[in-house]
Design a binder for this molecule. Structure first.
Ligand SMILES: [Zn+2]
Ligand SMILES: [Zn+2]
Length: 347
């Protein structure tokens, strides 16, 4: 048997008021809505509710104190009902929140430098004005008498208990439609185009998602959230590698051998760069601080040299290259060799 007093952090002599106070504090702290995806918090929330369900009931507490209470069984729904009851609001089950939505927004690579405010256009469900969100003429559900839940008595180890479940007839709504609204065809909601301005923080990644609370579908239990997925438009010259940018610089043979000064298209404008004599294919020049911002700094712009070998040469250029080859002792194909070879295959 668990120590319910320890779970609530109160002494065995605690008054009902002290127990309730401890429960309120802990239930808020460990509520699943506040700790999404946290299994430990969920387990704690269950324990806290279980402890409160027993200790707040004088009869059950007395049985528990004397070690006479069997292991109680609770349904997850009961726990949320208890929570809702103590805090004085309706449990989420009876009035569901609107659904979350996803939208996409495309920005340029340049927009990631300082961040940008963009307008997102999307469609969401809002209450139908013709029927005021009612879906049409309503009648109370005869199965559950309009309560949306049905109760079943079950026999436990030491005592019986009541479990509540959603009414299967009206699916928990408590009503049925006698006549459907023609505008929304009984759904109570219609799609509407919406616009929302979203701030894109600097340096965001492709596919990253921004949450915009309250901009999802509208429903009686409150609005859902909107999740905006970021797409980055391909840049004509620059590629992205995390916070770094990559530029592929094509230079000619003479430029590589003799050196040159080029202009690199940086995100905020052209950047002059000296290519020293004797630069090889695949060499990388790193320009620090010319990449994208990230928390605590800015990435680099990496200039990757690609040697461009000419495919077509003028007779003069050919002559000069032959002279060059001779000067440095490079063995090259004799003049007219390739033309002859092609002629042979054509026959
Ligand atoms: Zn019903
Ligand atoms: Zn309607």
């Amino acid at each position: 048997m668990k120590d319910y007093y320890a779970i609530l952090g109160v002494g065995r002599e605690a008054t009902q008021e002290e127990i309730k106070k401890a429960y309120r504090r802990l239930a808020l702290q460990y509520h699943p809505d506040r700790n999404p995806g946290d299994k430990e918090a969920e387990e704690r929330f269950k324990e806290i509710n279980e402890a409160y369900a027993i200790l707040s009931d004088p009869e059950k507490r007395a049985q528990y104190d004397r070690g006479l209470l069997g292991a109680p069984e609770f349904q997850a729904e009961d726990l949320f009902d208890l929570f809702a009851q103590v805090f004085g609001f309706r449990s989420g089950r009876t009035a569901p929140r609107g659904e979350d939505l996803e939208a996409q927004v495309e920005v340029a690579l340049e927009d990631l430098l300082g961040g940008k405010e963009v307008e997102v256009t999307y469609a969401r469900l809002v209450p139908c004005e013709s029927c005021h969100g009612q879906g049409g003429k309503r009648v109370a559900c005869p199965t559950c008498g309009g309560r949306g839940v049905v109760e079943t008595y079950r026999q436990g180890l030491f005592s019986g208990f009541v479990t509540r479940s959603t009414c299967p007839h009206c699916k928990g709504q408590g009503y049925l439609l006698a006549e459907a609204c023609p505008t929304c065809r009984g759904r109570g909601r219609v799609a509407r185009e919406e616009r929302v301005r979203v701030r894109i923080p600097p340096g965001m990644d492709e596919g990253q998602i921004l949450r915009v609370p309250g901009y999802g579908n509208l429903a009686p239990g409150g609005p859902g959230d909107l999740y905006v997925r970021l797409r980055i438009r391909p840049h004509p010259h620059l590629e992205r590698e995390g916070p770094h940018l990559v530029y592929r610089l094509r230079i000619g043979l003479a430029q590589a051998a003799l050196g040159t000064r080029v202009e690199v298209p940086g995100l905020s404008g052209p950047i002059p760069l000296d290519i020293p004599p004797g630069t090889g294919h695949g060499e990388v020049f790193e320009l620090p601080g010319e990449g994208l911002p990230y928390p605590g700094g800015r990435g680099a712009l990496r200039v990757v040299v690609e040697l461009s070998v000419p495919k077509h040469l003028s007779p003069k250029a050919k002559e000069l290259l032959r002279a060059y080859a001779e000067e440095v002792g490079e063995k090259v194909a004799p003049e007219g060799f390739w033309e002859k070879l092609k002629g042979l295959f054509r026959k």
